[in-house]
Design a protein around this ligand. Structure first.
Ligand code: 6R9
Length: 648
């Protein structure tokens, strides 16, 4: 029996949620969601209070999700204005730059935040942005990213953030996909001592977009950039912009943002989140999962380009009047002690990061942690992929000194906030398990083949959710049918997560990873189909199949099997060229780790690529290939095995 960790008396004594109140609250959230959420929905300020709470259906063909549907509110008023009245001088955002030796960190109070957000809102309006319009944000991790998010929310515009590590092509596709009016970017994005030319990427992207799209440019480094007729300087415009802007009254169900994410088929889809339900859920999970109390300093190391940054750098913490850290850099720059230096410098109380970072820092050695005073840390969090027990133990012992509960939070871009997670004052922790459902979440384990619910404990299957929760995505932008098909098409009446899971003998959930063609590289979601379509877009490539394989640091690496066009010669130079090509098509995170030249791919007689076999070979586990008798040409497998790239 692996060791488990009950909440310490100290943790339990101060916790919002304890072993005593979790059970009854959870029961009510499931059995009487109207009463439960009717009460908890009041944690945010409404302009017009709701009278209806839950109105949701997972029924095939009629999937429809509405929460608090007749209420009105404004997210920016909730994240900013209401705190200005009570804690205007408190720091809202601590900004920590990429390079601590050349740049000072910043402390932005709630009163200052209001001015920044209002100015940005006025600038966006001047550029023609109104309620319901889309604005793409392609920014470094700078305070202006938060100002722009909140400014959109203030005027009722819908933001769509594109991670600054994505390429010009990916950016262009997302600008067009949401028909955005304005793109907000910066001259350059410093990260890990290197600099990405965001503005010139943006110029390249906009070549493929409507002429009417405007570009608002924030000065970050001051390095030279080209300037065109569509460009506007944020730094100039803010000198003239008014410092107040009245928040727009929004319906609870108006979209707050779009965020593109990868799925198992086709191009990334625009996940749409709502105004009311999302904010209630993001703020409640932030407070309870991290046991956040007034005055605490909270640090989520994610980028705002991912959902984790949306919910737990900006919306959740600011709705709760928290002090939230925005970190521009990477864990290993200037050295492998950076995370711990920042924790010590700002006296961080709750620290939230990804297993890939934990594994990398574990490999760098304990001395980097021990150099810094981490005595203010009270809680540690993990997100993005399953955390292996070795990394969990290191996080617990070396970083947390055995005094900080670890919350292993399972959730998704689609879910808006935590779904399955320990609560620090209530849960006896098990290393490697996300464990218990958050309020309002009803996980079920289904048999993957029959789709029948598997009851009881000590069972395994696919993870579905059987009823709606307020933070759930509402639709795929512009394609409700795709929403239904993707999430409700496989198992009628259930939201399907795409993950496999076990429910152990105590009823705790262990999420075991994707069961579809989504791979998880350093906690970033990648559709194998996206990488494949980038590869086949290269003139030399006839066919490509991409799978994940176990990678010590990244969790999964990208393994590509490439069949070249007739007459093309496989050379190391071509391999390099394909790597660079994928980087340019999608972004650095999509670059294949291994490319194997494949004279042929294993296919069924009907032409389907048998990925199961390719996965096994990539895992260097070809002893158990299973049945290959349905292959059109079984001999291709021998060649693939002989030339495999990953030998353990
Ligand atoms: C928040 C976020 C979602 C996918 C999800 C699952 C994996 C995330 C996890 C986890 C096990 C955890 N995942 N957290 N698996 N334990 N604590 O990561 O969103 O980028 O959409 O990824 O990540 O496979 O389906 P997103």
């Amino acid at each position: 029996m692996p060791k488990t960790y009950p909440p310490s008396a100290k943790t339990a004594a101060r916790a919002h949620i304890t072993a005593e109140n979790y059970g009854p609250m959870y029961e009510q959230s499931i059995n009487d969601p109207d009463t439960f959420w009717g009460e908890h929905g009041k944690r945010v300020d409404w302009i017009k209070p709701y009278t209806k709470v839950k109105n949701t259906s997972f029924e095939p063909g009629k999937v429809d999700i509405k929460w608090f549907e007749d209420g009105t509110l404004n997210v920016s008023a909730n994240c900013v204005d209401r705190h200005v009245e009570t804690r205007g001088d408190q720091t809202a955002i601590i900004w920590e730059p990429d390079d601590p030796n050349t740049t000072e960190s910043l402390h932005i109070t709630y009163a200052e935040l209001q001015v920044h957000v209002c100015k940005m809102a006025n600038i966006l309006q001047e550029l023609g942005v109104g309620k319901g319009d889309r604005v793409v944000l392609y920014l470094p991790m700078i305070p202006e990213a938060a100002y722009a998010m909140l400014a959109c929310a203030r005027i009722g515009a819908i933001h769509s953030i594109v991670f600054a590590g994505f390429s010009a092509d990916a950016l262009g596709a997302r600008i067009n996909g949401s028909d955005a009016k304005v793109v907000v970017t910066a001259d350059h994005a410093p990260r890990g001592g290197r600099s990405t030319p965001l503005k010139s990427n943006c110029d390249a992207a906009l070549l493929h977009c409507k002429d009417s799209v405007k570009c608002l440019v924030v000065k970050r480094t001051g390095e030279q950039t080209t300037w065109t007729d569509r460009d506007y300087s944020y730094n100039d415009m803010r000198l003239e912009a008014d410092d107040y802007q009245k928040p727009e009254e929004m319906n609870a169900e108006d979209p707050l943002f779009i965020l593109y994410t990868s799925g198992s088929t086709g191009q990334p889809k625009g996940v749409v989140h709502s105004t009311g339900g999302y904010l209630v859920y993001a703020s409640m999970t932030h407070q309870y999962t991290f046991d956040y109390h007034d005055g605490d300093i909270f640090w989520c190391t994610a980028d705002v380009g991912w959902v984790t940054g949306h919910s737990y750098i900006v919306y959740g913490p600011l709705a709760n009047g928290a002090t939230t850290i925005m970190f521009e850099g990477v864990p290993t720059y200037p050295d492998a002690g950076r995370f711990w230096e920042v924790c010590a410098k700002h006296k961080v109380n709750q620290f939230y990061t990804a297993p890939t970072a934990i594994r990398a820092l574990m490999g760098a050695g304990n001395e980097w942690v021990e150099k810094h005073d981490l005595s203010d840390l009270r809680l540690l969090g993990s997100v993005g992929e399953p955390i292996n027990p070795e990394a969990w133990n290191w996080y617990n012992e070396v970083v947390g000194k055995g005094n900080c509960p670890i919350v292993d939070t399972f959730w998704q871009t689609e879910t808006g906030g935590h779904m399955i997670t320990p609560l620090p004052g209530a849960t006896t922790l098990k290393p490697g398990a996300a464990q218990t459902p958050f309020f309002g979440v009803k996980p079920v384990v289904l048999d993957p083949q029959s789709g029948v619910e598997i009851h009881g404990n000590d069972v395994e299957g696919v993870l579905c959710i059987s009823d709606s929760w307020p933070g759930q995505m509402r639709t795929v932008y512009g394609d409700h049918e795709r929403f239904e098909k993707t999430y409700f098409g496989d198992y009628a009446g259930y939201y399907f997560s795409g993950d496999g899971c076990k429910r152990d003998e105590d009823g705790d959930y262990w999420v075991t990873g994707r069961v579809d063609d989504v791979i998880n590289v350093s906690g970033h979601r990648m559709g194998t189909a996206e990488v494949e379509s980038a590869l086949v877009a290269h003139v030399a490539v006839a066919e490509a199949a991409v799978v994940g394989y176990p990678h010590d640091i990244k969790g999964q690496g990208i393994y590509a099997y490439v069949t070249l066009m007739n007459g093309q010669v496989p050379t190391p130079e071509l391999r390099k060229e394909l790597e660079t090509w994928v980087r340019a098509e999608i972004g650095p995170i999509a670059k294949p780790d291994l490319i194997q030249w494949a004279p042929g791919l294993p296919k069924t007689r009907s032409g389907k690529i048998m990925r199961r076999i390719l996965r096994k070979i990539a895992e260097d586990d070809f002893g158990s290939l299973g049945d290959t008798s349905t292959l059109a040409d079984p001999s291709v497998v021998d060649d693939l095995i002989e030339n495999r790239m990953n030998r353990n």
